[in-house]
Each structure stands twice: as structure tokens, then as C-alpha cells.
Write a protein that binds this ligand. Sequence first.
Ligand SMILES: Cc1cc2nc3c(=O)[nH]c(=O)nc-3n(C[C@H](O)[C@H](O)[C@H](O)COP(=O)(O)O)c2cc1C
Length: 215
Amino acid sequence: MTKTLDLTPDELLTTTRTVRKRLDLERPVPMELIRECIEIALQAPSGSNRQTWHWLVITDAEKRAAIGEYYRQAVEQYLASSGSAGKLHADDPERGPVQRRVGDSVAYLGERMGQVPVLVIPCLQVRSLPAGNQAGLWGSILPAAWSYMLAARARGLGTAWTTLHFTFEQEISELLGLPEDIRQTVLIPTAYTIGTNFKPAPRQPLDDVLHVNGW
Ligand SMILES: Cc1cc2nc3c(=O)[nH]c(=O)nc-3n(C[C@H](O)[C@H](O)[C@H](O)COP(=O)(O)O)c2cc1C
């Protein structure tokens, strides 16, 4: 196992940020490191212990560029929409500037997704999506995806949880030759970070969202 950064569990959990501008696009990432992170991710919970997860790791430059172009187009559409991060809470003196920084950062990654050395897409094998409760379904892959990101952070790698590529879900599935019953969950660009110091982010107060013994 690779030597990890000197972080306590709480530090790891509170400093695993969405990294966009500090992804090192030039430094190659050894496949062994990605394998290690996925190996750790496989320890996450899965409904009925089915483990019907699959992990797509894309390092091929042409395929990354093709996914990057789909992502760029999706981000362009997103940034033009009224719900994009940079436009939320525009009149709030505290949240507005943070949101504008997020919007700026999303745009930055939008132009560079295809240059990130490794793209990871955790997938779930599922025949059809149920109309009702889907939490049990996605709950069998999303915790594992987050574990992957934590393991990456512990090894000096940066990641970002991205979903805008879903605008072109079908096209990307075809590009990667995914079988019909394999659903993508999240597109995780992965690269060494420029510097390894990251801070906890501002969040809304706990008491605004905490409900003890009922709403
Ligand atoms: C469901 C979900 C979808 C997201 N999609 C994107 C995305 O497509 N592109 C992107 O740059 N960031 C995306 N993000 C990252 C959020 O913008 C980010 O988590 C948020 O701004 C808080 O920043 P932090 O993760 O550094 O604390 C997504 C996050 C979540 C949870």
C-alpha cells in the first residue's frame, strides 16, 4: 500500500474537497494507485451484499478527449441555465460570493475534463430503474464512489463528483461499450493535486438542518 498523507479521519472527511483548479493535468497517475483506491472502495456497503458494481477507469487519451468534449458541451448548457451554481443566492452577501467561485471553478473544469489524466466512472448493474424507491439501488454504489474519493485524497490525489455528463449518458455509454444493464453513476476526474493542503468548506449551520425525534 502507498504511504498516505498524515491526516486524522476527521481531517480526511472534512478536507476532501471538489478539486477542479488544483488538478495537476501534467503529472501521470500510476494505475496501481487507482487500483488501491478502488480496492478500498469495494469495502463500502452494498444492498444484500450484492456488490453489483463495476468500475470504468479511462486513461486512453482519445477516449478522455471524447468524454471531455461531451462534458464541455454539457457544462456550457448548464452555465447558461438559471439554476447554475454561480447564479444561486446571488443577493446573499455570504453565500453569493462562494457560489460565484463555484460557478467559475465548474467552468474551468468544463474546459479541461478531457485533459485530466484519469477519469473514473463507478457503475451499477441494474436491469431497469424502479419507479418508486431508488435509494436502495443507488445506495449500493454511491457510498463506494465517495470511499474512492476519500482514498484518493489520502494519497495526494484530487477528485470531483460530477454528473453533468449525464446530458450525454447514452453517447458516453456507447463510446465505452457499456452493456445495456450497466448504469453510470458519477464521473470522477482524478489527478494529483497541486499542493495537498485543503480546508473545511463553509456550510450552512448544523441547527438549520438538524431534526431530533421528528421534524
Ligand atoms: C450530486 C452532485 C453533482 C455534482 N455535479 C457536479 C458537476 O457536474 N460538475 C462539477 O464541477 N461539480 C459538481 N458537483 C460538485 C459540487 O459543486 C460541490 O460538491 C459543491 O460545490 C461543494 O464543494 P465541495 O465539494 O468542495 O465542498 C456535484 C456534487 C454533487 C453532490
